[in-house]
Design a protein around this ligand. Sequence first.
Ligand code: GLC
Length: 732
Amino acid sequence: MRQLTEAQKKRIEEILSRMTLEEKIGQMNQESPSIVGGFDVPFSELIEMLTDGRLSKEEFGKIMSTSQQDYHEDDIRAGRVGSLMVQDPAKVNELQKIAVEESRLGIPLIFGLDVIHGFKTVFPIAIAEAGTFDPDLMRKTARMAARESKAAGVSWHFAPMLDIARDARWGRVSEGPGEDPCLASAFATAKVTGLQEGESPDDPYVAACLKHYIGYGACESGRDYNTVNMAMHVFYNHYLKPFKAAVDTGAQTVMAAFNDLNGIPCTVNKFLLRDILKEKLGLPGFVVSDANAIRECINHGIAADDFDAGVQAALAGMDMDMGTGIYKNQLQKAVEEGKVPMEVIDEAARRILSVKMWLGLFDHPYVDEASMHQYDVLPQEHLDLALEAAERSIVLLKNEGDILPLAPSAKISVIGSLADQPEEVVGAWALSWRKEDCVSLWSGIQKEFANAKYFPCGGPEGGLNEEEITEAAAYGDVIVAVLGETIAMSGEASSRADITLPGKQRQILEKLLESGKPVVLVLMNGRPLALEWEDAHVPAIVEAWHLGIRMGDAVARVLCGKKNPEGRLSSSFPAMTGQCPVYYNHPNTGRPASKSKFTSRYLDAPLDSLYPFGYGLSYTSFDFSNLNVRDQGDVLMIGVEVKNTGERAGTTTAQLYTQDVAASLVRPVKELKRFAKVTLEAGEIMRVYFELPKNELGFFDNEGNYRLEEGLFRIYVGQNSRECLMAEIWEK
Ligand code: GLC
């Protein structure tokens, strides 16, 4: 990936040499358009009023529509702003013009935004897309998002989110690549490549921002923003891996996480920011805080006040302050009082200028305002990629009696309020889409099935309409129940203590099943759900997540069989909430769970997850056989035979896991090391090979040292983390 040239580095030093202390600190300040006027309470109070119901959504919307937004023009003119969150091209140019033509040194602004899974063309949420196990697809969707957002003047994506997550009570599990470090690392590399691979200003590229560094997905009890404590060997072997893969790929920036890690908030954690991220991994660009996170160090109980928080953050290696103004207002005093050395400020400013130079903003600071019009109607290429990503993310969880696929002539009752809400397909953190581009499930199903009829019946927010349920049960020969979570039930600040289907959706299913008609459950959700009851009672279950603007078409194409489902789970699904956190790559313990009482198990829950990592069914079937492991010196050559034993073509994902059976540290019972998509015609056989360098059989200890030890290793290959062939080898 493109690096800064020597000439560019020289130019940065020349600019830096002319900057005043205030201007350097200005680069370290990110502003969001704050809300002013229009009402006589602080914005934070307004949010409280909305949250506690004193203000309705309508009243809030009215107030917001009448308020002006303060874009901090005077601060920009004075060189006190380095970055803003704006996505309107005309506004971007207006503000950029002030920075470039009216500030003393004309340093351009960098405009950032949460473009997590698409800009105008919204793709599947990350937990779904990771389940395609197709890094090239992940790269393509990132590339397209970069292209679209650059046309709006957005050069910096607060993405990819790389938080390993094992506890589905956490709402942000929707935003990341699941529970496995190998899959998450492939996702990370693909996303950073897609976002940053462009080679010139007219070959659009943006700066990636890896988040949330680090351990955020391990928040205690799955409660958002909660404390995080973990052994360092888990930190190095699981949570750090995708960030390392992304920095190795050339990622330009990182966002620090809200949480503390082992007692020190990431925002002021020198070990994490300087020692690991900047020194050990070699991050080339800068670190930005999460929103308001520097000030929140006071709540953490680690800073006495704004000044103390700002000093600690700067010293720890936090280069840019998102949204508090603490750097803008306090850092000059901190430097003058000798609390923060000048070289800390120089380093931060240098890192920020280097990313702006890397983006070409000094030579091309403006956006062509006409450019966004190419997306007034989304190009077919964009719509096609959205459909491909959506349909390939769908996971078939159950298909008893091969109810699916349904005949196009089938008489179908489609139920569930989510099915007819196009705006619900985009998922959490979709900021720039248009409702008219979104295809609801009901809209998509009507295209494929002539005899389908829709009955709302109720949904995640609690409704249950007996009459519509009766009508739905009477009409169709088969019932497609679209149930799950609204977007608001996953994503940030959306932890749930009970992750069964919310509202009365299970009761709706019960009533439908009483009809004796076959029911197909299609899930629209942002997290693994606890589906023990559904798995026991519903004959067919399709995990459709929040798939983006083409969701309705994708689901319909899977239901009618035009698309044979190939998605796999990037996160384990618990049978019941009480099993959380549940994940496949767990230690064995001294008493591995079994039917006998005195083992690591629950009295009132199954021994393992309901659906394991890597799991997914197809409309055909596959058989894995003849596993063979050959020791070829530094590498193991692992081969397995895959046969399509069904009646139609299909795609499976061959997964290679290893286990270090006896090591100097407790190791997971399985660790994914490689995966490969395999597409076979009915009856076709293919021998699949994996080349595994022996060096990858090692692990990091609690001090971060990499250990490669001799001993017994197990090699597993299969189509999910639970059903595998196994071979043993002894490594010296
Ligand atoms: C939010 C999120 C972070 C996002 C940032 C800016 O609180 O934690 O993921 O990038 O603020 O919107």
